[in-house]
Design a protein around this ligand. Sequence first.
Ligand SMILES: [Cu+2]
Length: 184
Amino acid sequence: MSNLLPKVQTFASHGAPTFHLQQRVGIAVLALLLLFACIPAALAHEFKVGDLEIEHPWSRATPPGAKVAGGYFTVVNKGSAPDRLLSITSDISEKAELHAMGVKDGVMTMRPVEGGLEIPAGGKVALKPGAYHLMFTGLKRQPKQGEKFPATLTFEKAGSVKVEFLVEGMGETGSGDMDMDHAE
Ligand SMILES: [Cu+2]
């Protein structure tokens, strides 16, 4: 690295054609760097609104005729005040509900979360199979593996943000998943 600078100066002193070549190589290198810089961002698949980061929203392909699909993601709150996930809308279903899992009389059940889901200041909440999750109810069509469908999440303080749910395979369960009957 230490002998690079004198060489560059030598080339530059040869005049314009060399300079143009160096400039072109420089642009090509820059383009490559930009390309590689963009790839991790695309894979990360995350969205931001205010102090909140929504990481990797995903759903699951459903069998023909299914009326519900799950929705999962992690919300990270980088702010110093708690926020609250209030509602979700998507064109893929009539409604989307926030559900919590719990045990009632020894049976795992799910119930709607009343009053929204708190995202603690400086904390995070993971929506995943077997825990808090979204339920897209009244599906208008079946989500297909590999596609992304848009949805809007609305938070009490941060406001609304458009996200995209990546549809994973039907067998994608995540840890602790329960084979629940989601019928209403
Ligand atoms: Cu549910």
